[in-house]
Design a protein around this ligand. Structure first.
Ligand code: HAM
Length: 431
């Protein structure tokens, strides 16, 4: 086919047959976050560029290399959101949500845009589920959001995803650490890539998550932030670990986790798996006590995480986790003649009002072709309506798998009786 164009590199379509998979994981995320007191928020897909430049950080890969930024016709520079945290924080500030009491707990589903090199698990348009909590410095909150992420992953049935945590301290301990990093990396100046060289003075911590394999090797021997934490950060980190242990959440401390975004302070964490290749981080998050101030608000210590939906689905596929398909047509009514068509129409309304998915011919096909279609869409039951059925006001519904037939009256009780039949049939899905 000579299509005029195809989808943009690094983007994916979710087709009607696949959407139940997305809805399944999204429902679990909604339910779990609601149980922890988070309420959903929705923010625009684009924001003023300065929000991300200031919020995510000028020296990050995301801001320097990966943003989809363009000028509007009005001459404003806008950017497609590369992540959800900055936009959520902007909305919290703009609507003064702190007046409604702290902490503020928000969750979201967002599409994100990063101009990265596409590979398995790394897209240019991808989707995140995230939560953000504003206005608490308590380590209980850190442990609580980590528990929430763990609950989501557990309920999805994932195995072999482990939690790595670290503390990257506050600006005070970071200053000493940055100096130690500068001294360490300066010795390797000749071998560093251009990007690292340009970040060495301003933000040496970014050198720790450089994607170049050579620089990565050098970074392995760099000083560890955990040796530079101030007393307060050390205590905070200890408390987070204590509460995680209380909740029975397993973790390992990985002092090399620094995260790729500049707003983090103190606790950072990632849930990682090795079953989907190099892009194995399914969830990342942490505390960002300075972000709200950076964006013009008052001091409001905050924290959150985001889970990549595409990566979750990849893990579920890799681990053979079956996702129940509830997008199934429970009843297909095939018709012969105009009277039957009208009867089918009124019966369908009844059945659908009970929440059961049901269909009939909307193309004008003959009976055989209608039955073929019913088979193709995987209808659980079918029913043929013709003049005889209309005259007798009764018809047989047929279980498409077993062939078993049950006669039902075509009156006001039809939907209810069909629902009972569906319930009794363990293999059929009630929608
Ligand atoms: P992030 O680590 O950049 O953090 O992204 C979070 C998750 O989004 C990753 O763990 C991964 O699952 C997914 N992800 C990131 N980039 C891609 C990509 N190119 N293709 C597919 N999936 C991807 C953040 O975005 C922070 N805003 C998280 C956060 C919320 N921190 C505090 N609150």
């Amino acid at each position: 086919m000579a299509l005029i164009t195809r989808k943009i590199k690094g983007t994916e379509d979710v087709l009607p047959k696949q959407s139940y998979r997305w809805q399944f994981i999204e429902n679990i995320m909604r339910e779990e976050s609601r149980a922890y007191g988070f309420k959903e928020m929705r923010t625009p897909v684009f924001e003023h560029t300065e929000l991300f430049a200031r919020g995510v950080g000028q020296t990050t890969d995301v801001v320097q290399k990966e943003m989809y930024t363009f000028d509007t016709k009005g001459g404003e520079s806008v950017t497609l959101r590369p992540e959800g945290t900055a936009g959520a924080a902007r909305a919290v500030l703009e609507h003064s949500l702190d007046n409604e009491g702290l902490p503020i707990k928000a969750s979201y589903f967002v599409s994100c845009y990063r101009y990265e090199k596409p590979q398995a698990g790394r897209l240019r348009e991808f989707h995140q589920f995230g939560v953000e909590e504003y206005g608490t410095q308590s380590p209980v909150a850190d442990a609580e959001i980590i528990c929430l992420a763990q609950s989501v992953l557990d309920r999805l049935g994932l195995s072999g995803v482990h939690l790595e945590i670290n503390s990257i301290g506050c600006p005070e301990c970071r200053a000493k650490y940055n100096q130690a990093l500068r001294e360490y990396f300066t010795e390797y100046k000749e071998q560093l890539c251009q990007t690292c060289l340009s970040r060495l003075e301003k933000n040496p911590m970014r050198l720790l998550d450089c994607k170049s394999p050579e620089d990565h090797k050098i970074a392995e021997g760099a000083p560890k932030i955990t040796d530079y934490l101030c007393e307060e950060c050390e205590t905070h980190f200890g408390e987070v670990r204590k509460y995680l242990t209380c909740a029975g959440v397993d973790f390992v401390i990985n002092p090399t986790i620094v995260r790729g975004l500049d707003y983090y302070t103190k606790t950072v964490f990632e849930f990682v798996t090795d079953c989907i290749g190099a892009q194995g981080t399914v969830c990342g998050g942490g505390r960002y006590d300075g972000l709200i101030e950076e964006l013009g608000g008052k001091h409001m210590p905050s924290l959150g995480f985001a889970i990549g939906l595409e990566r979750i689905l990849m893990v579920m596929d890799a681990q053979g986790i079956e996702i129940p398909n509830t997008d199934v047509c429970a009843l297909y009514i095939a018709t012969m003649g105009d009277d039957a068509k009208q009867k089918a129409f009124s019966l369908l309304r009844q059945v659908r009002e009970c929440g059961t998915a049901a269909e009939t011919d909307s193309v004008g096909r003959g009976l055989r072709a209608q039955m073929k279609y019913a088979d193709k869409i995987g209808a659980k039951y079918s029913m043929v309506l013709g003049d005889n059925e209309i005259a007798e006001n009764r018809a047989k519904v047929k279980n498409m798998e077993s062939g078993e037939q049950t006669e039902l009256a075509l009156d006001d009780s039809f939907a209810e009786k069909f629902a009972v039949l569906l319930l009794a049939d363990e293999k059929a899905f009630k929608i």
